[in-house]
Each structure stands twice: as C-alpha cells, then as structure tokens.
Design a binder for this molecule. Structure first.
Ligand code: F0G
Length: 480
C-alpha cells in the first residue's frame, strides 16, 4: 500500500489498463422497463442492460497479460496434458498438499464432496453456509449447522476476523452430535454471505486441532482466499512480515481437504479439490471422470487451466490481492460518510449494504435486499446481488427462512472498476438513501424450489418503481 501525503486511503493501482470494454448507461425509463422484464431479479438482467456490473466477481475478474499469454500455450489433449501437470505443480507448491483433482467450478467440488461424505441426517458443521454448498448438502439429505462467532452476525463491529468459527461451539457440536453424525467440518475463507469477512490463521489452527483430535475431516473452501490472505497479512500481526506463500502452505498443513472456485481464486474459470489424505483422494478420484471429465481436465478448458496457474501465482502478490479489499474499503467509507448502513469492518469481495436498515419500512417477506437491488439498478444502471432472505431456501413447512443478514452486495471484480465509477455508485446510492421511503417490497410471481434467487421472477408490491423513476427524472433533469 502506497502512503499518500494527504493521509487519504487511495487504492493506487499497481497495473495499467491496456484493453477496455465500452459500457452504456441506458436512460432511466429504459432501465425501468429492463428490470420489469427481468422479473425484478438482477440475475435476469442482460449484460447490455447494465452500466456497472457489481453482481459478482465470479469469472469476471480482469486477467493479466501473462494469463492471456499462457492461454496460447495450452496443451490440449484429453488425457495427460502438460497444462494439467503445470497446474498441479503450482497448487502443490502453494498448499503443500499431495493430490489435486480438477473440477469445473466450485459447486462441482461441493457436489462431489457432499456425495462422498454426506449421509442422510448427518450434519455438516461450518463457520457459515454458502448457497451452493448448503444446496448440495441438503440435496444428499444432510443438515447444515453454523458456528460462526456471535459477532460475525453483527452488521457493525470492529473485529478484524468476523468469519471465525466459535471454537467453543465447535467442541460443543462435536460433543452433542458425536463424530459419526458429523459429515465434515467446513471452514469458508472470506466468508461470503456475512459480507466477505475473513478467518484468522489462529482460528484455522484451533479448528484444525479440534478436528484432528476428533477424527473429523476439516474442509476448507478457499474460493475467497485471496482477500483472506490480504487480511491475514494486514490484520494478524504475526504475519506482517511472513511471505504469502508461507501463509498458504500453513493453511494447507491444517486442512484435510481444500476446494475452490477458480472463477474467484486464480481469476480464471474452473476449480478443484486438494488433499493429502490418500484414501480420500482415491474415493474422490472415482467421481471425477463420472461427473466432471478425465482426471487431467475435470471439465475445464486447458486455456482456462493455464490462466488459472498464472492467476494462482499472482494471488500470492500483495500488490495484486490488495486491490479488491482497498476498493471495498473506499466505497464503504464513502457510504458511511453519508450515513448509509453497510457491513463493517469492510471485508473482501464487495461492499455490503444493509438493506434491513436501509429499508426499515419493509417486512422481511417483502425482500428488502431484493427490492433495494432493483431500485439501485433503476437509479444507477448498477447491478448488485441480493444476499438476504430471497437467497435462502424456504423451511420444510414452506415458511420463509428469514436470513440473518439482509444485504445487497456490490461486488468488485478484480481490477475492473475505477475510482470515479466507485464515486458514481456512492452518489446514486446516496440519492436512493434520501428517497428510501419510496422503495416498496417485492413478491414472487414464479418461485423455483431450488436456488430460487437465480431465476425466480418477482413483481413490485404497488407501483413504486414507476414513482421512483419519475422522482429520478425530476431530480436529475435530462441526465441518464
Ligand atoms: N464457495 C464460495 C465461498 C463461493 O463464493 C462460491 C461462488 C462457490 C463456493 C461456488 O463456486 O460459482 O464456481 O460454482 N460464489 C459466487 C458469488 C457465485 O457470486 O459469490 P462456483
């Protein structure tokens, strides 16, 4: 991090932009039509509708010139490709784990691990759930139990590692459920659904010790590891002067299995599973050709695998991995200055707006975060992601499972946005905050049974989008 004389915290880019994509901002009337056509679900907007796409960083990070260059050297073959062996050696070096099994993305790893380890009624205990991980566990008849530290669920805190597991709750869960009832313990880096909050090395060490003593596999979801590595370096004093690769190797030594989405970690597209447990390796190996593809590509394109190898190496460089967390912090601080409620401390992945506090007047079953994400698209052409009740699965009795946190995530794909674009987002959100009473709720028109947030269709309760659009026109004149 380069210090500014002014004391200002500026995300100074240690890269230059050599290729760009033109983006368009549609007039507000057109935006109102597009969000209606999309069933008030930002997942159903088309890219051409969007000015700034802050839905996710998944698979949309800016790649480096070295990543693109490596793609030309991909060794394409069904079996035995050099590309695979290059990737395997990068991962082995990075985590010090013996075996690597490729899979086409993060949820493919979750599918395989759930098939292998989850028995009906068994419990997967974890710091916090992620949507796809839970969906695969419950699809196998398993249950999910969360043991995040209490403060992890407080929207505002100054705790540096809000993603930590409560080790007391972990011990209690093992004592209560017994080893045989627990399918595995899962620890997620950069805990996604509570606002990209990191886990400390100290917490990983403690969890590992408890799991090893109890003989229960500890599985680490490393999808959001690059932000988490940054936070270990800057927030955990012991690691201030430790090389990032030594941090990843220590993590590797603590875990029984590591899996990841390379749409995030490695800034390419793909995924994979690592383990040093030979028996588990043999069992997982049987499933890769069945569900993913042969063992040396696992459903991935060799070009993406080459980009991943370089991207993984680059995720050990602090000047590269500091970009997202610093941009998140800048946007959070801009919003805090205006009194807009966001998750603190700023985490990785994106800025998380607290929709429950933003839209106090809306009930949980009116999906405040979904409504706010729609309103933000209408006001700004910015696409965020609902991360609240809408993203939950209903309870078995059909009632709403009200999410612990009702968030709109404004993700920062790595190295994609500029500071002026960040200021634009803050400005439009401020306007929306001043007009927040105008945001109404949403209700389902078409509700899928599984992962409903991806393609469910909703409609507004009342005609609030139209009124909001008119107010925008009045306040912004003929501006887009
Ligand atoms: N684990 C975590 C922590 C994730 O954030 C994701 C994806 C996955 C697993 C699944 O990986 O998409 O490659 O199948 N998160 C994306 C997001 C979708 O937008 O946060 P995948």
């Amino acid at each position: 991090m380069i210090k500014f004389h002014s004391g200002e915290n500026v995300p100074l880019e240690m890269h230059k932009v050599r290729m760009v994509q033109r983006v368009y901002l549609l007039p507000v009337e057109e935006r109102a039509r597009r969000i209606e056509t999309a069933g008030y679900n930002t997942f159903l907007l088309q890219n051409k509708d969007i000015f700034l796409d802050m839905l996710t960083d998944s698979g949309v990070n800016a790649m480096s010139e070295n990543q693109y260059a490596s793609m030309l050297q991909a060794d394409d073959s069904y079996a035995g490709s050099e590309t695979y062996y290059r990737l395997e050696s990068v991962l082995n070096d990075m985590f010090g784990m013996e075996h690597f099994l490729p899979a086409h993305q993060g949820r493919a790893c979750e599918h395989i691990l759930a098939k292998l380890l989850v028995k009906p009624e068994s419990v997967a205990v974890m710091n916090y759930h992620f949507t796809t991980a839970s969906a695969h566990i419950t699809a196998m008849g398993g249950l999910v139990e969360e043991i995040i530290i209490d403060e992890g669920l407080h929207i505002n805190s100054d705790l540096p590692f809000k993603g930590n597991m409560d080790i007391g709750k972990l011990k209690e869960a093992i004592a209560r459920l017994g080893k045989d009832k627990i399918s595995f313990i899962r620890m997620e880096a950069g805990t996604n659904l509570i606002g990209g909050q990191p886990v400390s090395m100290e917490n990983m060490r403690q969890a590992s010790e408890v799991c090893r003593e109890a003989g229960i596999p500890l599985i680490f979801d490393a999808s959001l590891l690059s932000d988490n590595l940054y936070f270990i370096k800057v927030r955990e004093p012991e690691f201030k002067d430790v090389d990032v690769i030594d941090i990843t190797r220590e993590i590797g030594s603590l875990m029984d299995v590591i899996y990841f989405s390379a749409r995030k970690l490695g800034a390419a597209r793909g995924g994979g599973i690592l383990t040093s447990n030979h028996e588990m390796f043999l069992q997982i190996r049987e499933m890769i050709p069945l569900y993913e593809g042969f063992l040396t590509y696992g459903g991935m394109s060799v070009r993406e695998m080459e980009a991943m190898s370089i991207g993984l190496r680059e995720s050990l460089d602090m000047d590269i991995i500091n970009q997202t967390p610093i941009f998140v912090e800048v946007l959070c601080n801009e919003l805090i200055k205006k009194g807009i409620p966001v998750v603190t401390p700023p985490g990785g992945l994106g800025c998380h707006v607290d929709a429950r506090a933003f839209c106090k007047h809306l009930e949980a079953d009116q999906y405040p975060a979904g409504a706010l994400a729609s309103a933000l698209y209408l006001a700004a052409g910015v696409r965020g992601m609902e991360r609240g009740t809408l993203s939950e699965q209903r309870n078995p009795d059909g009632s709403e499972a009200v999410a612990n946190m009702e968030l709109v995530r404004l993700a920062f794909p790595k190295r994609v946005f500029t500071l002026s674009q960040v200021k634009y987002v803050a400005d439009r959100l401020t306007w929306l905050y001043e007009n927040r009473e105008m945001i109404g709720g949403l209700e389902f028109e078409d509700e899928p049974k599984v992962l409903r947030f991806f393609f469910g269709r909703l409609k507004p309760i009342g005609n609030w989008p139209e009124l909001l659009m008119k107010k925008f026109r009045k306040d912004f004149g003929d501006s887009l």
